[in-house]
Ligand binder design. Structure first.
Ligand code: HEC
Length: 117
């Protein structure tokens, strides 16, 4: 029983470590944070909802200098006109640190689709 429980924790934490190393350190994954901050009400990871899919955003920005800082800022302040007609409202419930964590997580999603160059 004890062994089984530990084995489960090990599997989960190694997946997290591969998918989001920065997030794993603070104990919360980017996806959990996105969920708790309500991002997933408007965004999905791999398809468009109200806002663009996170992996499509990642692809647009992953090779740009300063992308993480830019995205962290835009997550908190919202934006309009960059993806379509619908604006993104500011997200004041997201702290600067959380915005950095979300930005890093979003950029990490580009790895899944990097062949679409
Ligand atoms: C009310 C719906 C809504 C919510 C809630 C929302 N977004 Fe958005 N988001 C949008 C829309 C719509 C856009 C496209 C805006 C545009 O065209 O410039 C967008 C754009 C973005 C972008 C791309 C910005 C750019 O400049 O290209 C990122 C990154 C992003 N959202 C992350 C987040 C995160 C992280 C959260 C949670 C803290 C979040 N969003 C919550 C609707 C939302």
């Amino acid at each position: 029983m004890v062994f089984r429980r530990y084995a489960g924790v090990f599997v989960v934490s190694s997946i997290v470590a591969v998918a989001a190393p920065a997030a794993a350190q603070s104990g919360t994954t980017g996806q959990q944070l996105a969920s708790s901050k309500n991002c997933l009400a408007c965004h999905q990871i791999d398809s468009k909802r109200v806002g663009p899919a996170f992996n499509v955003i990642a692809q647009r920005f992953v090779n740009q200098d300063g992308a993480a800082d830019y995205l962290a800022a835009t997550i908190r302040s919202g934006g309009r006109g960059r993806w379509g007609a619908v604006p993104m409202p500011a997200q004041p419930q997201v702290s600067p640190d959380e915005a950095q964590q979300l930005a890093a997580w979003i950029l990490s999603l580009a790895a899944d689709a990097s062949s679409a160059d």
